[in-house]
Write a protein that binds this ligand. Structure first.
Ligand code: CO
Length: 218
């Protein structure tokens, strides 16, 4: 990767970079792509932020074929998002992943926007879901006087809420009801350190949900 990857010419190198990458992979294993072409069986679904600084595979040392990935602004699990639901359904019911990781990150622009009152256009309607998370935890967040600290805490609380939102889906609850192993995790990545913090919100049954969200399957 060139050190000046923000330059106007960065685009021109992309295809060349791809050719070089293919050569590097084939130098190690002539069958590398032939093997990948046979199919995928990733054990993990990653739901992360679209932020360019948080490339899912790279920060966890995962290779192609190892992680099924969904990314959007501020790593949200929104129950009417057909894209997210389709990815989740495919990951759980076809690929049969055993882990779903929601990975947020400190310094997330989406989370920061939710703390502000400024309108930034259509995205306000996406960010609005983050404002709900703020409202759920308003007392705790408002009690933090240091703005940076409050921002970090909001990032963490949002990840926890998104993990619970995953658990509330019929997709995840039906899997648990069938006895399928499915563990939900909440992580936060530090863009300034490269390190991931496991928030310890490991959810693996609907017992972790308030009663009103628990679905019975007849
Ligand atoms: Co972000």
């Amino acid at each position: 990767m060139s050190s000046n990857n923000m330059g106007q010419d960065f685009y021109k190198d992309l295809i060349d970079n791809n050719r070089k990458w293919v050569e590097d992979k084939l130098a190690i294993d002539r069958e590398y792509f032939a093997k990948l072409a046979r199919g995928q069986q990733p054990p993990v679904l990653w739901i992360g932020c679209a932020d360019s600084r948080v490339p899912a595979n790279e920060i966890i040392g995962a290779q192609p074929g190892e992680v099924f990935v969904h990314r959007n602004i501020a790593n949200m699990v929104i129950h009417t998002d057909m894209n997210m639901l389709s990815v989740l359904d495919y990951a759980v019911n076809v690929l049969k992943v055993s882990h779903v990781i929601v990975c947020g990150h400190y310094g997330c622009g989406g989370v920061q926007a939710a703390m502000s009152n400024r309108s930034i256009g259509l995205i306000d309607n996406w960010i609005r879901h983050l404002k709900d998370v703020y409202r759920f935890h308003q007392k705790e967040l408002d009690s933090i006087t240091d703005e940076e600290e409050r921002f970090d805490k909001f990032v963490e609380l949002n990840v926890k809420e998104q993990v619970l939102d995953l658990a509330k889906t019929s997709i995840v609850q039906a899997a648990w009801n069938r006895g399928q192993e499915l563990n939900l995790h909440g992580w936060v990545y530090g863009v300034g350190t490269g390190l991931i913090k496991d928030l310890g919100v490991n959810v693996h049954s609907d017992d972790d949900l308030a009663k009103v969200y628990q679905l019975n399957f007849g």
